[in-house]
Each structure stands twice: as C-alpha cells, then as structure tokens.
Design a protein around this ligand. Sequence first.
Ligand SMILES: [Zn+2]
Length: 195
Amino acid sequence: MKDISPPPGTRAAVIMNLRSMKKIPCFWYVSQLEQMRIALKVITRYELDHSHYFVSNSYGEHFAFFIHRSDPKIESPMYKQMCKEMNCKYIAAGIFHFSINLFNHTGQRSVFVTKFVGKIQDPIPEKILDEMLKACDLYSCGQIYCSDCGKETKKSNLAGSYFAGQYCKECWIGVTGKQKDQGGWKKIEEKETYN
Ligand SMILES: [Zn+2]
C-alpha cells in the first residue's frame, strides 16, 4: 500500500461539543476516547501526548480537554477523602475519582480544573458540565478564573503565569492564595528554570 502518512508534526484530534456530553458515560472517555487518542497518534505519528481531545463551545472556540480516573487504594488519603465526599464508610465497586482539566486550544493556559466522585457508567454530573461550559464561555468573552483563588479576572488584568496556571494580581504577589505571605507565584516563577 502506498505510504499515505501525513507530514511530520501533523496532528489529529477528537472535537466534541460540550453540550453533547450530557449523556456520555464516564467510561466512554477513559476507554473509547483513550483508544481513539492512541489510534490518532499512530496514524499521524505525532509523538506528544498533547491536546488530542477538544470540546467546543457556542462561540466556536476549542478547548483542550483531559479527564483522568483515579482508583485509590483502600485506606489511602484519597480513598478517605472520597468517603468523606460521599458521606460513606466504604466506596462500592465501579465508583471512581475523576479529575477534569480544560485548557485553551494550545494547551498552554489552564481554563478550568475540577474533580468529582461518581459511577463509571454515569455521565459527567450536569453541574460539572455547566461549570465547564461557563468557564469556556467566560474565556471566549475575555475572562478567566485565577488558577489559585478562582476569581474571575479579565485576561488582560492577569499578573503572571506559571506553566499552564495564570494568576490575578493578588495571588501573583502573595497577598492572597496558596503562596500568601511567601512572595506569591511571582517568587515561584522567578526560581523556575523551565528545564
Ligand atoms: Zn487569585
């Protein structure tokens, strides 16, 4: 057969409409979608694991999307946290901890991060999908959540970024947020060599 491989660096992606995700069970993302990602990598010979699924919003923008399933060991801190979140002593089989990350189309800016506990056969909870949609629409309208305090901030008012995270003025200099009184994310970023 004739070699029909695309040129090096060519990428292929699965693009889903955020609103159409309401009925898709979580296992679909972690099994079928994952298989599609692997197949696309083989077809395009694109080596990096970067941004293979996207969701689109009503503004026609695409956002890189990652869903990760954790199956924590019994009695691990995460397992205990799940029990607490679900208000029960033991986690039944088929229930997992999921985390979702949304990035802008280049995968370089974090747009939204969330997590939830749920059954593998259930869809992503509607509340979470609504929050994802809101974050994407906000981004399309020029606003973004601060990666630390979660405050809605105009993209033009962001003070700085560290890897995919971007920070409001206060979290950047350490007035608020996880780096409060320790020099802020600015100090962390200054020490980073990005190697
Ligand atoms: Zn902040």
